[in-house]
Design a binder for this molecule. Structure first.
Ligand SMILES: Nc1nc2c(c(=O)[nH]1)N[C@H]1C(S)=C(S)[C@@H](COP(=O)(O)OP(=O)(O)OC[C@H]3O[C@@H](n4cnc5c(=O)[nH]c(N)nc54)[C@H](O)[C@@H]3O)O[C@H]1N2
Ligand SMILES: Nc1nc2c(c(=O)[nH]1)N[C@H]1C(S)=C(S)[C@@H](COP(=O)(O)OP(=O)(O)OC[C@H]3O[C@@H](n4cnc5c(=O)[nH]c(N)nc54)[C@H](O)[C@@H]3O)O[C@H]1N2
Ligand SMILES: [Mo]
Length: 863
């Protein structure tokens, strides 16, 4: 907004990390003398009168909840300048020293080699030549466009998928299809119950109002609003938790850890063994059936297939009644607690709260607890007042659906559609993200292809899960020989990271090209790395459509000069386009001004003001819809009249037994027609009930990081000072905390602060023991996303990147979703000083004495 105040200039910047044109956490950034001076909340009432925005207001029992007239930023926004000036920024194009495109490629050294600086000219020459060579030798599908993922909120400048758009002009590439990672269980499971995915997509309208007015008990089931909606959308979810408490709604937390929200707001914490939620859910259903306390009329009029489910619950199908006694032995919840919970739920209007569902929604067989949640909600009249599913953050999802659990906005601005979209293009050859290692490591041909069901990306209809796809495709298909990634964090965010390392080092992959702002994670496996600029260095347009007060669209000015020779993701691809002679075609001759205008015109906000007005004001804050209170909450329409408002299931009803699954996969024991508790099977053996647990006796919970957003921000020195973020070992290195119960710590001879080793047959990672009763016995917890710091590359890691050792196999045999939490490990005390002797090179990488952060020692400066 370039306001002159002495020499201080102020800019709007969206400092959220969702990407995909979905934004949040809008800040005002003060800049002086080319430096970011401070980052502050954005004030809505600077350019608008409060009444113009029609602030929503919820009034219950003499109390009021309404939005603040400013954004409520999480710490990640305030510290963001640290990221821009991180010592790990990639500042120049880099080439791996022992990779020679005209000679030895030494693919086996990826992850260990050092890098030298090269010029943009040299880098783009190599890239253009490699693309041409690979196209000629193998065809366009030999190049994998790995362009998806979250990241800095950017529109024009990417951050993800620009390379795909360029390669399309040259004949195509293999698309890496983004998985429904956040909600695998909903995607593969509940979609066959109520026809739609994430969390009742589109059917979570006006839930803040409904819960406030009608709910008596709120179950935070795998839900930590003080961490995850906070990390994404700021502090409104925190205010909401407080509000629910204030108005007397019982807050009950069901999770293996007493998470950051539970620690502050819980009336009761019910610890549950990871990924055994299905057993607990079945026992609740058992009590309701036995005590005749479920909504029989609703079940008769709104659902189908209840009888086979009932028989299973009561033990008539398999001879095992799903009693609280049965469940208690599996899930660790005492029988009296199960009974009390079931009885209270049957008596009082209950809603289940989620951010995206919690780690059990990303575990083996996650389709089952997801479907069972639908079953329980249906048994108590889903959609009747106060009986629903609440999502703690709102957004306009990729422009596909609208949900507004908080009061409805006139417009949900979205700028993603104007620039991205290519990562969902599956018209040619594509691969689900979770199957990339299997694809690379196998010997697949058109005659003997790898096959799977479904595109696996969010938003595809349920029927797509019965379509079989293959790699390589019949027409022009090819195995992969090059990877072009702008999302180099597979190893720290996906399933079975060590298998991806193996794939990245395969001689089949002749060229790995990464573009990224920071030298970290999969970048260490790239042959060429292009330097990417950060938000502060770019001009762009952004929106905030998920922080819950007001939605907005705003112009983002360039705050500071670009560091080194970095360029935005879009500009990196432009440079390659120039060398390939398709620059004009790629940019369509559009200037940044044209692109900003296009973003505005597709945003939704063009209905509220003219482009000229937008550029003048630099912001469009969207008022609350005048009629927001008229929106029937949640599944209310369906509850009121299921015939008029059917679900998108084959029957139009809620399906206890899925008609589609009964037809297409009647014999699938891992996702049967009606949901079951599946402790282990062909695909996974990650359970205490399986003999494997004798060797690896603990279940690891790997939540979304409290002090990062996935792979982002592990190197922020200010965050690393926080004791639950990192713990210093005897060697000065900062280790990722591993929560362990005092009982287990004693058993294993582990003291608070000891360096520990987590291991299974897939490898081992280190961490530092954080002894606390906030984690239940037999369970340990370590956040995901810690930056890769390999000890033995492909086997072990010092920083605690635990995705390296999570299962490679997907949700189940017909469900190619990721499994990244709730898996078996062993834990033992490790001696970091001894390990340093054993692995001197790895343990002697230089680190910052203050933050313990590993400094990039991989770049050899050119003479
Ligand atoms: N153990 C465990 N693993 C999990 C989960 C879990 O619960 N437990 N959850 C899963 C879930 S829900 C998700 S969504 C995934 C997230 O996985 P991803 O979406 O893949 O991870 P991110 O770290 O958000 O971002 C992707 C990459 O983009 C980079 N990036 C940020 N900004 C830019 C930019 O401007 N340009 C470029 N080129 N790159 C940029 C980041 O540094 C990072 O390397 O993780 C999954 N993994
Ligand atoms: N700070 C921060 N915020 C983020 C992100 C981040 O990386 N960091 N990522 C963003 C993204 S992409 C997403 S998808 C969302 C994810 O949001 P969520 O799905 O809500 O996040 P999770 O951390 O996976 O899980 C929430 C809680 O589930 C509980 N839990 C873990 N395992 C189990 C289990 O087996 N059973 C039960 N009942 N509970 C369990 C834990 O208490 C955990 O705190 O967060 C978003 N916001
Ligand atoms: Mo996610």
């Amino acid at each position: 907004m370039s306001k002159k105040n002495d020499e201080i200039k102020t800019f709007y910047k969206g400092l959220g990390f969702c990407g995909f044109g979905i934004g949040s956490n809008t800040a005002e950034v003060d800049v002086k003398d080319g430096k970011v001076l401070r980052i502050r909340p954005m004030k809505f009432d600077k350019k608008y009168k409060q009444e113009e925005l029609n602030p929503w207001k919820i009034e219950v029992r003499g109390k009021t909840f309404e939005p603040k007239m400013k954004t409520l930023l999480p710490p990640f926004s305030y510290i963001y300048k640290k990221r821009m000036f991180s010592k790990n920024r990639v500042l120049y194009p880099l080439k791996r020293v022992d990779w020679d495109p005209n000679g030895e490629r030494n693919t086996q050294n990826r992850g260990e080699s050092k890098y030298v600086r090269i010029s943009w000219d040299e880098a783009t020459d190599i890239i253009a030549n490699e693309i041409k060579r690979i196209h000629k030798q193998y065809g366009p599908y030999a190049i994998l466009s790995q362009g998806d993922g979250h990241g800095e909120t950017k529109a024009i400048h990417g951050p993800h998928g620009c390379q795909k758009n360029l390669l399309e002009l040259l004949g195509g590439s293999t698309t890496q299809a983004r998985n429904a990672d956040s909600w695998e269980g909903w995607y593969w499971g509940i979609k066959h119950f109520w026809g739609c995915e994430p969390i009742g997509q589109g059917l979570q309208k006006n839930m803040w109002w409904d819960v406030s007015n009608n709910t008596k008990m709120l179950l935070y089931w795998g839900c930590d609003p003080e961490t995850t909606p906070w990390g994404w959308g700021g502090q409104n979810p925190s205010r909401l938790c407080r509000w629910f408490k204030e108005i007397g709604i019982k807050s009950v937390f069901i999770s293996p850890d007493l998470n950051y929200t539970g620690a502050v707001w819980a009336d009761k914490w019910i610890p549950v063994i990871p990924n055994t939620d299905a057993a607990l859910q079945l026992a609740i259903a058992y009590i309701w059936i036995k005590e005749d306390s479920y909504d029989k009329e609703y079940v008769a009029t709104h659902t189908v297939g209840f009888e086979p489910f009932r028989q299973y619950v009561m033990g008539e199908e398999d001879g095992e009644a799903k009693t609280p006694e049965w469940a208690s032995k599996i899930c660790g919840v005492p029988t009296y607690t199960i009974k009390a919970l079931a009885r209270k739920w049957a008596k009082d209007a209950t809603t289940i709260g989620h951010c995206n569902g919690g780690s059990y929604i990303r575990s083996g067989y996650s389709s089952e607890p997801a479907r069972l949640e639908g079953c329980l909600l249906a048994m108590q009249g889903l959609g009747k007042p106060g009986r629903g599913q609440l999502k703690f953050i709102e957004f306009g999802q990729y422009g596909l659906h609208e949900y507004y659990p908080c009061p409805k906005s006139k417009v949900i601005p979205n700028v993603g559609g104007a620039y991205n979209g290519a990562t969902y293009d599956i018209s040619g050859q594509f691969l689900p993200k979770t199957l990339i290692p299997k694809a690379i490591l196998g010997d697949w041909t058109v005659e003997n292809p790898m096959t799977w069901y479904g595109v696996t990306s969010s938003g595809f209809p349920a029927d797509d899960q019965f379509v079989e796809y293959q790699y390589p495709i019949e027409e022009g298909g090819s195995e992969l020989h090059m990877i072009w990634t702008d999302t180099p964090c597979w190893t720290t965010c996906w399933n079975g990271g060590n298998s991806m390392i193996k794939a990245l080092r395969s001689p089949k992959i002749e060229f790995v090209l990464a573009q990224h702002p920071w030298l970290e994670n999969d970048c260490l496996f790239a042959d060429i790395i292009l330097p990417v600029s950060s938000k502060f260095e770019q001009e762009d347009i952004a929106c905030d459509n998920q922080s819950g007060a007001f939605n907005s669209l705003y112009y983002e000015g360039k705050c500071v000069e670009t560091r080194g020779e970095a360029k935005s993701d879009y500009e990196c691809v432009c440079e390659v386009a120039k060398k390939l002679g398709v620059y004009e075609e790629y940019t369509k001759g559009m200037t940044y001004e044209d692109l900003i205008k296009r973003g505005f015109e597709m945003s939704g906000c063009q209905t509220l003001m003219s482009y000229e007005e937008f550029r003048e004001k630099e912001i469009c804050v969207v008022p609350t819809d005048e009629n927001w209170k008229d929106v029937v909450p949640g599944f209310g329409d369906f509850a009121n009249d299921p015939e008029e408002n059917p679900m998108t299931t084959p029957s139009g009803k809620l399906e206890f037994t899925s008609e589609n699954l009964s037809e297409y996969f009647p014999d699938d024991e891992e996702r049967p027609p009606h949901p079951k508790f599946i402790p282990f099977g062909k695909t996974h053996q990650e359970s205490y009930l399986h003999p494997r647990s004798e060797k690896y006796p603990y279940l690891l919970v790997s939540n979304h990081p409290r002090w990062r957003v996935h792979a982002n921000m592990d190197d922020v020195t200010w965050l690393r000072e926080i004791p639950t973020c990192k713990m210093r070992g005897k060697d000065g290195y900062m280790y990722e905390p591993v929560w362990i119960n005092p009982v287990d710590a004693k058993k294993q001879g582990i003291a608070h602060g000891d360096v520990v080793k987590l291991y299974n047959e897939r490898g081992w990672v280190l961490g530092a023991a954080y002894i606390t009763e906030r984690i239940m016995p037999h369970v340990i917890y370590q956040d995901h996303g810690s930056r890769l710091d390999p000890i033995v590359t492909g086997e072990s890691d010092r920083a605690g990147a635990n995705n390296l050792i999570c299962p490679t196999n997907t949700v189940s045999q017909h469900c190619s979703g990721e499994v990244t939490s709730g898996f078996l490990v062993g834990i033992e005390k490790a001696d970091e000083l001894e390990l340093a002797k054993q692995y001197p090179e790895q343990f002697n990488r230089p680190y910052c004495p203050h933050s313990g952060q590993i400094l990039t020692s991989r770049v050899i400066e050119n003479k």
